[in-house]
Design a protein around this ligand. Structure first.
Ligand code: NAD
Length: 479
């Protein structure tokens, strides 16, 4: 009998009617555990508890918030290996990446521990005599947090930490595929002495828990990371309820390689950006836009390096590329590999391969000879697949880079100051990288995109205050 993992509701571990098996994509015979699949009624109890706890927490000393966030960070640090191993086992990220992501989660809690006593505000004079004006940032109340499976410890951290730093309560719904990391984080928050009911975790189906969160009158705002279709529907239902909403969604991020690029830097940036973490990063490069003068050398070097990548079980020390996270995701990737060939690309790699255990292993794929208009070069794949589009000039490269419904991250490899400057100005994306992979960001600066990639205020860094607080202007007459 597998160990059952319950939801955290109103400060108690709460049994559910149903439990879902959490399986390892590197070895489908490995069942990690059974995790609660909650109901809409659980959301109502969780949200009411969070609202009650938040009213007290918001008025307590700011030092309490600092101490709580630091205790959570310390506990994540102390359990880094355990959490990283769980992440690698349930999501398929290789262990060094999983450990790195776990450390990042701790850094985020430490960053927001410090931010809790730096909440910005303004004191201004009034246009009227003997009147003072004060602008403060109040908490928004209870925040509903909905997260995807691809960064199962870092994304919950970068939403829960600012929520707590700015004085809010939380109802957290993790992705169905990765409840293990979420459960460990909830356990850490609970054991760190978080006020009872302030942070709740309701695992369960998105289509059940999500709408219940949006409809709940105790939840004031929703922060979501996931796919565009889910995000778009969520935004519509939040608008109907007049709820504040923040969405981080998909990408089809371009990486431009100009003739004057350092070939080694360009190949490294593309290899890392497209295929590491099995390409399952919203910021992954998935469109290489390569100028004709360097094109053939780039293809030769990149395909040589791709052939050396070791695909295998996430917890094996020699593995560089872990499995695809699920059977459904693998089917989708293989569908795009077939489509790229049908659309006329020469496909390098991309096939499903056998590993030492039964898992969802796939070789990284390059679609050579892609055209900007091809479906296989436009839709988000979210796997280890990249289209390679040849262009004749910098101007054409920029036009192709921006010719997308998305706008998350955008990169260029060049040694030209002029082109790197121009690209940073013209890129229609929330983040721009020069001679760096499109994926891989710092935690103290804003994260987010444009167009269909993001909606609402930015996440992370001080910009997080925009979503997790609401501004209040007070006027005082003292005449
Ligand atoms: P998804 O949209 O399927 O699920 C995301 C979350 O939404 C899950 O917790 C899911 O249970 C929940 N959900 C499902 N139906 C819902 C509903 N009706 N109402 C409310 N919530 C619901 O996405 P996914 O497959 O978990 O994640 C992959 C996607 O996430 C990709 O598109 C990727 O680009 C994106 N992503 C974006 C960022 C970013 O910051 N921009 C970061 C990571 C992942």
């Amino acid at each position: 009998m597998q160990n059952k993992h319950h939801n955290l509701i109103a400060g108690e571990w709460h049994q559910a009617q149903n439990y879902q098996a959490n399986t390892n994509p590197s070895d489908v015979s490995d069942v990690i555990g059974l995790y609660a699949s909650g109901e809409a009624a659980d959301v109502a109890v969780a949200a009411a508890a969070a609202a009650e706890a938040q009213r007290i927490y918001a008025r307590a000393a700011l030092q309490d918030r600092v101490d709580l966030l630091n205790r959570i960070a310390a506990a994540i640090e102390a359990r880094t290996t355990e959490i990283g191993t769980m992440l690698a086992r349930e999501e398929g990220k290789v262990l060094p990446e999983a450990i790195g992501e776990t450390k990042r989660a701790a850094q985020i809690f430490r960053f927001f521990a410090a931010e809790a006593i730096r909440i910005p505000g303004d004191a201004l004079g009034s246009v009227r005599k003997d009147v003072d004006v004060e602008v403060v940032r109040d908490p928004i109340g209870v925040v509903g947090i909905i997260t995807p499976w691809n960064f199962p410890i870092a994304i919950p951290a970068w939403k829960i930490a600012p929520a707590l730093a700015y004085g809010n309560g939380v109802v957290f719904k993790p992705a169905e595929l990765t409840p293990g990391c979420a459960h460990l984080l909830a356990e850490i928050i609970h054991d760190a002495g978080c006020p009872k009911g302030l942070v709740n975790m309701v695992m369960g189906r998105g289509s059940v828990i999500g709408p219940a969160m949006v409809a709940d009158p105790n939840i004031a705002a929703i922060s979501f990371t996931g796919s565009v279709p889910t995000g778009r529907n969520l935004a519509l239902s939040c608008a109907a309820q007049m709820k504040k909403v923040q969405l981080e969604m998909g990408g089809r991020n371009p990486m431009v390689v100009l003739d004057d690029a350092d070939l080694n830097i360009a190949v490294e940036a593309c290899l890392n950006g497209a295929f590491f973490s099995t390409g399952q990063r919203c910021t992954a490069s998935s469109r290489f836009i390569v100028q004709d003068g360097i094109h053939d050398r780039f293809v030769e070097e990149l395909t040589k390096r791709m052939a050396t990548l070791r695909v295998g079980p996430a917890l094996e020390a020699t593995t560089q590329i872990g499995p695809v996270a699920s059977a459904g995701q693998l089917d989708g990737n293989l569908g795009y590999v077939a489509l790229a060939a049908k659309e006329g690309c020469e496909v390098v790699g991309g096939e499903r391969i056998n590993g030492p255990t039964e898992g969802y292993f796939q070789r990284p794929a390059l679609f050579v000879g892609a055209k900007a208009g091809m479906t296989s070069a436009r839709e988000e794949i979210f796997g280890p697949c990249a289209s390679l589009i040849k262009v004749g000039s910098f101007e054409e490269a920029v036009a192709v880079a921006n010719d997308t419904e998305f706008g998350l991250s955008s990169g260029i490899c060049t040694q030209s100051l002029k082109y790197s400057r121009e690209f940073r100005r013209q890129a229609q994306a929330g983040m721009v990288m020069v001679n760096l992979a499109t994926a891989g960001v710092d935690y103290h600066v804003p994260f987010g995109g444009r167009k269909a990639s993001s909606y609402g205020p930015r996440e992370q860094g001080r910009y997080a205050a925009e979503f997790y607080t609401t501004v209040k202007t007070s006027y005082v007459y003292a005449g």
